[in-house]
Design a protein around this ligand. Structure first.
Ligand SMILES: C[S@@+](CC[C@H](N)C(=O)[O-])C[C@H]1O[C@@H](n2cnc3c(N)ncnc32)[C@H](O)[C@@H]1O
Length: 313
């Protein structure tokens, strides 16, 4: 079987490192940092990293298949100055980069979500531009290239108040990425290049993470646990929704597992909470190995299960 990737080294499992990430520490030295959002096959990212060996490059992608293809490409080009993150760009910018950390950000052919009812999925919203602005250095720049003129118009509408000055032009294809080839094969020759120059700074601090507290109960009856119904905790700021989806119990190990879904403004997490017997009490906490980002929502989920267990008669 053909190996999907030749080296795993450029892949950074961000859930297991301290956040915001110490990027010079990851690369072993200080250098200007460039980010590509939605790198697809990694063609542009690997090429750009090869052209600029004195810079560091971070690729952000949502799709694991794309990460695998990019890993293969990076190994073949033998570029040491690239790291790949499998993560949503909102979360990455919010939690993995300090303010003023970035020199340049690229996004080639971001999904345009052409239908009006899907507009909420478009990446370069006003809020996202403001977040990008806060992570860029004073002379920083964002380059967005799209095949879709209405998407360009929509992004232009998002700029006022984001701290960017925008300038766009029609360009010929020259990025040689999968999606550019796809549109060229379909007959398109004109693409839209938008450059966003940082003109003013907006402060958006990285989201603070918390220490999730484990909880204890003296008694626990797995046959009689009344799991909390889906709970939208609007009194919390920002709001949190917690849904318990499944329950398992292993009588031999005296361990119960509750599958929970926790939805917060910038993060949705699907993980297990364990209720495990230790000597004379039961401990309730996120199960190890779930890679949970410790948030207020995770604590709320632990506490809801704690309340259900503590309320057993
Ligand atoms: C239309 S493709 C373009 C891929 C590549 N840039 C190219 O030119 O071939 C858009 C890419 O952005 C990724 N993507 C979409 N939304 C994202 C997000 N919120 N965070 C990170 N990547 C995202 C998708 O998985 C997809 O690979």
């Amino acid at each position: 079987m053909k190996a999907r990737y030749l080296s795993f080294k450029p892949f950074l499992p961000w859930r297991n490192v301290e956040r915001p990430i110490d990027w010079p520490g990851q690369f072993g030295c200080q250098a200007p940092l460039e980010v590509e959002i939605g790198f697809g096959n990694g063609e542009f990212l690997a090429r750009r990293a090869q052209q600029r060996p004195e810079r560091h490059f971070i690729g952000i992608e949502l799709e694991w298949a794309s990460v695998q293809r990019a890993l293969r490409r990076i190994a073949k080009s033998q570029v040491p100055n690239v790291r790949l993150l499998l993560v949503d760009a909102h979360l990455a910018l919010q939690r993995l980069f300090e303010p003023l950390a970035l020199q340049r950000v690229y996004s080639l052919f971001p999904c345009p979500w052409p239908k009006e009812r899907h507009a909420k999925h478009r990446l370069f919203s006003h809020a996202f531009l403001t977040l990008l602005n806060s992570r860029l250095q004073p002379d920083g720049e964002v380059l967005v290239v799209t095949d879709h003129e209405p998407y360009l118009r929509w992004v232009l509408e998002q700029i006022p108040g984001s701290g960017f000055a925008g300038d766009w032009r029609v360009i010929a294809p020259h990025f040689r990425t999968k999606y550019e080839r796809k549109w060229v094969a379909g007959g398109q020759q004109d693409f839209y290049e938008l450059r966003l120059q940082k003109a003013a700074h907006h402060e958006v601090p990285p989201t603070k993470e918390i220490n999730v507290q484990a909880r204890r109960v003296g008694r626990f009856d797995p046959q009689n646990l009344d799991l909390p119904p889906a709970a939208k905790l609007c009194s919390d700021h920002p709001p949190v929704t917690v849904r318990c989806r499944d329950f398992l119990y292993d009588p031999e190990r005296r361990k119960a597992m509750v599958a929970v879904l926790v939805v917060e403004v910038d993060l949705t997490q699907d993980f297990w909470i364990e209720i495990a017997c230790r000597d004379d009490h039961w401990t309730i906490r996120p199960a190890r190995g779930c890679g949970v980002v410790p948030t207020v929502g995770v604590q709320r989920a632990v506490d809801l299960i704690w309340e259900a267990a503590a309320g057993q008669t």
